[in-house]
Design a protein around this ligand. Structure first.
Ligand SMILES: *Cc1c(COP(=O)(O)O)cnc(C)c1O
Length: 385
C-alpha cells in the first residue's frame, strides 16, 4: 500500500460537480495593474503575488501581469518563488523573508532574489556570492522584518558592513499607508530617506522602493524607483478614504442545494441564531466557512439571486449558508440555481466590511472547492514575450 502523497489536496473541481463557482478576471487584473502604472508615471511597477497571488492563483496572475509589462514580482517565502519560477522563466522574483525561508543555494538554483533583513544575512550572502543580486530591507516602523535602528547606525559608522554584495532593491514597508495624511507615513518616509542615503552611498545603482498599493496614492514623494503593490491589483481599494480607483476581479457564486418553506416558529442553523418570524422561503447554498466564506458573515452577509438582494440568515456552516429568499416575489428559486456571494457592488471590500475584516483576508481565504475559471487571460504569445 502506498502512502498518500503529502502534497495531495482537493483536486480541481469540474463544472458538473461544483457547488461553488469562482471566476477570476485576468483582464481586470491587468487593467488594475495598468491603472497603477498610470499613477506612477515613469516609475516602474512591480507586483506582489505572495500567498498564491492573494488567493487568485500566482501563476495565472503572474503571467497576466508579465504580459502587461511587469518584470519584478514579490513573494513572501522562497517556496512560493520556486513555484512562480515555472510560470515566469525570465522574471525577477524577490523573496521578502529571504534567507530565513531557504538556504542561499536554493535562491541561486531558482534564480530568486533574497531580501536580506539583517546584517547576519548580509554576511551569509556575501560568503555565498558577491555577484548574485539581493535586496536590502530597512525597518522604518513595522518592526517585523529588516535592519533595525542599531544596525543602521552600525552601517553608517562602517559602510564596509554592506560592501561586497550586489544590491538590486533597497526597500522599506509602510505601516499606515491606507490612512489619509498619516503622520506615520511621513515619518517613515523621512527615515527611509536617511537609510537609503547611507546604503546608496555604497551601492549607487540600487533601486529604492517604499510604496505598496496605498503608498502609490500618497503622491510622487513615495514612488522612488519601483513600487510593489499587491492588493490594488486584485481590486482591493487602496484609498479607503474615497471611492476605489480599482475594478473588481472576482465573481463568486454558490449553488442552491435545497429550498424550503418555513412558517413560524422555527429557527435556522447552528445555535438557533436566527428565528423565522413569518412565512419564509429559505435556500441552502453550497459554500461555507471551509470555502473561505467566513463564519463572521453569519447574519451579516448578503447574497444576490436574479438581481434581488437576499440576506444570509443564521450561522455560516462549514459547507453551507442559508439565505432568506422570501423577497423573490415569484417564488421560483430552484435547486441548482446560482446565487452570487461576492460580485457586483458587493465586492471583496464590501464582504470584508460585513465580516469585520479586510478584503485581503477575503481573497486569501477563498477555498479550493470552487470551480475556478479564468477569463480574459493573455495569449500564449503575450506570456512568452
Ligand atoms: C504584502 C506586501 C506588499 C504589498 O502590500 P499591499 O498592501 O497588498 O499593496 C508590499 N511590500 C511588502 C513588504 C509586503 O509584505
Amino acid at each position: 500500500m502506498t502512502a498518500p502523497s503529502a502534497t495531495s489536496f482537493i483536486p480541481p473541481v469540474d463544472a458538473e460537480m461544483a457547488t461553488g463557482s469562482l471566476v477570476i478576471n485576468l483582464s481586470r487584473i491587468a487593467s488594475n495593474y495598468r491603472r497603477l502604472c498610470e499613477e506612477l508615471g515613469d516609475v516602474p511597477c512591480g507586483a506582489c503575488v505572495k500567498a498564491n497571488g492573494y488567493g487568485l492563483g500566482a501563476s495565472q496572475v503572474g503571467q497576466a501581469l508579465w504580459a502587461a509589462g511587469c518584470r519584478d514580482f514579490f513573494v513572501a517565502i522562497a517556496a512560493e518563488g520556486v513555484a512562480l519560477r515555472r510560470a515566469l522563466p525570465d522574471a525577477r522574483i524577490h523573496v521578502f523573508a529571504g534567507l530565513s525561508s531557504a538556504p542561499a543555494s536554493a535562491f541561486a538554483e531558482h534564480q530568486l532574489i533574497p531580501v536580506l533583513n539583517a546584517l547576519g544575512d548580509v554576511t551569509a550572502w556575501r560568503a555565498f556570492s558577491s555577484e548574485l543580486p539581493c535586496d536590502l530591507h530597512i525597518d522604518t516602523g513595522m518592526s517585523r522584518l529588516g535592519f533595525d535602528e542599531q544596525e543602521m547606525v552600525a552601517i553608517a559608522a562602517d559602510p564596509s558592513l554592506i560592501e561586497g554584495i550586489n544590491v538590486d532593491i533597497v526597500m522599506s514597508h509602510l505601516a499606515s499607508a491606507d490612512v489619509e495624511n498619516s503622520l506615520q507615513s511621513a515619518a517613515q518616509r523621512q527615515e527611509f530617506e536617511a537609510g537609503t542615503a547611507t546604503i546608496c552611498a555604497v551601492h549607487p545603482g540600487a533601486r529604492r522602493s517604499l510604496a505598496n498599493s496605498s503608498g502609490i496614492f500618497l503622491g510622487t514623494d513615495f514612488h522612488y524607483d519601483i513600487a510593489r503593490p499587491g492588493a490594488a491589483i486584485y481590486g482591493i481599494n487602496p484609498t479607503p478614504w474615497t471611492e476605489s480607483p480599482m475594478s473588481q476581479t472576482i465573481h463568486l457564486k454558490g449553488k442552491i442545494l435545497q429550498t424550503r418553506f418555513v412558517d413560524t416558529p422555527r429557527t435556522v442553523g447552528y445555535g438557533a441564531a436566527h428565528a423565522v418570524t413569518g412565512p419564509t422561503r429559505l435556500a441552502t447554498v453550497g459554500a461555507g466557512y471551509a470555502d473561505g466564506y467566513l463564519r463572521s458573515l453569519s447574519g451579516n452577509g448578503t447574497a444576490w439571486i436574479r438581481n434581488v438582494e437576499v440576506p444570509i440568515v443564521g450561522r455560516v456552516s462549514m459547507d453551507m449558508v442559508t439565505v432568506d429568499i422570501t423577497a423573490l416575489q415569484d417564488d421560483t428559486a430552484e435547486v441548482g440555481e446560482w446565487v452570487t456571494l461576492i460580485g457586483g457592488d458587493f465586492d471583496a471590500d464590501a464582504t470584508a466590511r460585513a465580516a469585520g475584516t479586510i478584503g485581503y483576508e477575503i481573497l486569501t481565504s477563498l477555498g479550493q472547492r470552487y470551480q475556478r475559471r479564468y477569463i480574459g487571460g493573455p495569449t500564449e504569445a503575450e506570456i512568452g514575450s
